[in-house]
Write a protein that binds this ligand. Sequence first.
Ligand code: HMG
Ligand code: MG
Length: 298
Amino acid sequence: SNANHVRIVEVGPRDGLQNEKTIIPAATKIALIDRLSACGFPVVEATSFVSPKWVPQLADADDVLPAIARKDGMLYPVLVPNEKGLDRALAAGVREIAVFTAASDAFNQRNINCDIAESLRRIAPVIERAKADGLWVRGYVSTVLGCPYQGEVPLSDVTRVTRELYALGCDEISLGDTIGVGTPRKARAMLEACADDVPMAKLAVHFHDTYGQALANIAACLDAGVRIVDSAVGGLGGCPYAQGASGNVASEDLVYMLHGLGMQTGVDLDAVCDTARWINGELRRAPVSRLAQIPNER
Ligand code: HMG
Ligand code: MG
């Protein structure tokens, strides 16, 4: 693989929309996913098969996933919390899933109603069945740089959960700074500690931009060798069960930085900016990203 290539995982349709209060029509979600496919992202996280009682916004996952226009060679993972979610996802024609837990028991209790150990017990049969069906599996570890309920999260908890999730069979692990509290040196140290147990090529970074640190954190992690980065068009996003969590790093700001660093992404920057402005219009709000506020003139 090319050391100058960064694989961007566009999580806007899932992480971006899950936090929206007003229910968005399924047609808008489908259009968003299709526009992001056309932008050139290799991976677009499409939706979640979580409990509709917990995340009402994504209760239409069963309708959205089968309706998207899949492009050859692209991945469209969906969040799956348990076997019930896997059943639903399989019925909707899923080929890639993402399982998720956290390095903090306190966060897991609020987000998935169980502790870390129980979450791994639930995830194990999900991965086993997914693998038997030939699905690609991503694993998320949340609260890798801090927890809204527990505060500091020991690095040893982050590396342990990352190692265990990888041992269960995940194809890659995304390290999530759920509430965006991380800063570059800590982010890099966290990534490097995880890379002692899991190959760097299998690690992704997932930064929320609550404190404006996301791009700086990503730059530091790129220096340490990470080549998979999560972002959301328009800087949408946040976890409804993480107090104070705001949007993901904006895809358009990330693409601009990566291209400026001489890295390749395969993503059309103007198309992402157009998509950011379009989805913000649909959501009736002003874009939070820097680039979406600049007319396309590059
Ligand atoms: P629970 O209430 O403990 O589960 O929730 P339960 O098994 O007792 O089920 C309760 C009800 O939900 C039952 O229905 C189940 O059938 C139903 P009832 O009998 O009451 O009518 N149910 C389901 N229905 C549809 N699909 C399912 C499903 N599962 C149960 N899959 C559960 C446990 C995990 C289900 C719940 O807590 C949940 O769905 N949590 C998800 C929360 C969430 O989606 N958070 C956001 C994603 S994580 C994130 O954003 C972080 C990330 O971006 C990385 C980062 O930034 O750090 C990934
Ligand atoms: Mg997130």
